[in-house]
Design a protein around this ligand. Structure first.
Ligand code: AMP
Length: 402
């Protein structure tokens, strides 16, 4: 994959950059600007080189038409504050406003086009429709830089098709993510420990499948652990359970046993009668019980103290750790202990620590940790999971071909 340096002298050149500015919003207030900050190295580099920078990004899931609540305006404003420079915002994605905005750029200026998903061509499954949109952008620019790692697993116009039309390179972020995940999957320093959590076990089955072959230890916590506990024959009360994944979980337990890999599950859990996620409240007291003795009327909502220690010991002794997914309902402070303990253990590990994107990245920030306490915080939840599944990511493959 080419880097920005390989694109030659960029002074006066129009450089189209795909970024991932899909930030969480509360109204028009950005609650976590990590993804915008992650784009700064490439954008600063391009501006310093005298390029005219045109940023493409999406926000949320609009259905192929403009919707005010999905405007990228808050991202443009925040980007301007972080860069200390004005960021012009085009009112459309590839129409007259985009053309006029690009034409108004001086060397070193930067603009953001409206949410690429306001155009149906962006996410179309029909090649010709995506290509038509990409062709409009290709007329606005001289070269393309792909720097939205969060979207490289998508075969979309601003990620994939555009790279077929312009000389293309990976930005700092995409190259760094590629290097880190490449190292982890192809040549990890050992012991290599993977920590998985979160709610949806089905989303992570393919990751477990691939990483049981590569890692030394796979730790499973969070809501997904209860399907594994059930697969071991334990009752899990009212805890999250994915019946459809039970057979797969039994298979992984057997596979780990047969291959001498460690598949660590919680040995104790924090339970309550229920919770109201929206109100951030828990019903009744929170008790610690053994993982094989969850009462029928209780719900496991976080790992317990013995599990925190078990997991932390494995993590601090590792040379490579990849973590994706919270250990409990960390959004409720009384149920954040397990996630905090895992995050703390990662900060104490002397090896390479990688925090998967999305929820886990937001969780460590909400819990008061800073990015520089970890080796690498991925900006792409879905992309990093697909990478860990061993899949080819279209947005990276096309850069390698270019
Ligand atoms: P995911 O999107 O699969 O990574 O799931 C993240 C969500 O899992 C977070 O919002 C957590 O609150 C939730 N979660 C973690 N542990 C549990 C649990 N034991 N029961 C229910 N939800 C959980």
């Amino acid at each position: 994959m080419k880097s920005v340096q390989d694109l030659g002298d960029l002074r006066g050149k129009r450089v189209l950059v795909r970024c991932d500015f899909n930030v969480p919003l509360d109204g028009d207030r950005i609650t976590d600007d990590g993804r915008i900050k992650a784009a700064l190295p490439t954008l600063t580099q391009l501006r310093a080189a005298g390029a005219k920078v045109i940023v493409l990004a999406h926000l949320g899931r609009p259905k192929g038409a403009p919707e005010a609540k999905y405007s990228v305006a808050p991202a443009a404003k925040r980007l301007g504050e972080l860069l200390g420079a004005p960021v012009k915002l085009a009112e459309d994605v590839a129409g007259p406003s985009a053309e006029a905005t690009v034409a108004s750029l001086e060397d070193g200026d930067i603009c953001l086009l409206e949410n690429v998903r306001f155009e149906p061509g962006e996410t179309s499954k029909v090649d010709a429709e995506r290509e038509e949109l990409a062709a409009k952008w290709a007329k606005l620019a001289d070269v393309f830089v792909s720097d939205g790692f969060g979207v490289v697993h998508r075969k979309q116009a601003s990620v994939y098709d555009i790279a077929k039309l312009l000389p293309s390179a990976g930005g700092t972020l995409v190259k760094k993510e590629g290097d880190v995940f490449g190292k982890v999957l192809k040549n990890p320093d050992r012991p290599f420990v993977v920590v998985l959590g979160g709610a949806k076990v089905a989303d992570k089955l393919a990751v477990i499948d691939n990483l049981l072959k590569i890692a030394d230890t796979v730790i499973v916590g969070g809501g997904m652990a209860y399907t594994f506990l059930k697969a071991q024959g334990h009752e899990v009360g009212k805890s999250l359970l994915d019946e459809a994944s039970l057979d797969a979980c039994r298979g992984y337990l057997a596979q780990a046993e047969a291959s001498g890999k460690q598949l660590l599950l919680p040995v104790d859990v924090r339970v309550a009668s229920g919770m109201d996620f929206a109100a951030h409240t828990v019903d009744g007291p929170i008790d610690v019980v053994a993982a094989d003795a969850i009462p029928a009327d209780k719900m496991g909502l976080d790992i317990g103290p013995a599990s925190e220690k078990l997991f932390a010991d494995a993590i601090t002794a590792a040379q490579t750790v990849v973590w994706n997914g919270p250990m409990g309902v960390f959004e409720i402070p009384a149920l954040a202990g397990g996630t905090k303990a895992v995050a703390q253990a990662l900060t104490e590990c002397t090896g390479l620590t990688v925090v998967g994107g999305g929820d886990s990245a937001a969780a460590v920030r909400i819990l008061g940790f800073s990015d520089d306490q970890f080796g690498h915080i991925s900006t792409g939840g879905g992309a990093s999971l697909e990478y860990l599944e061993g899949k080819e990511l279209p947005g990276l493959a096309i850069l390698e071909e270019n």
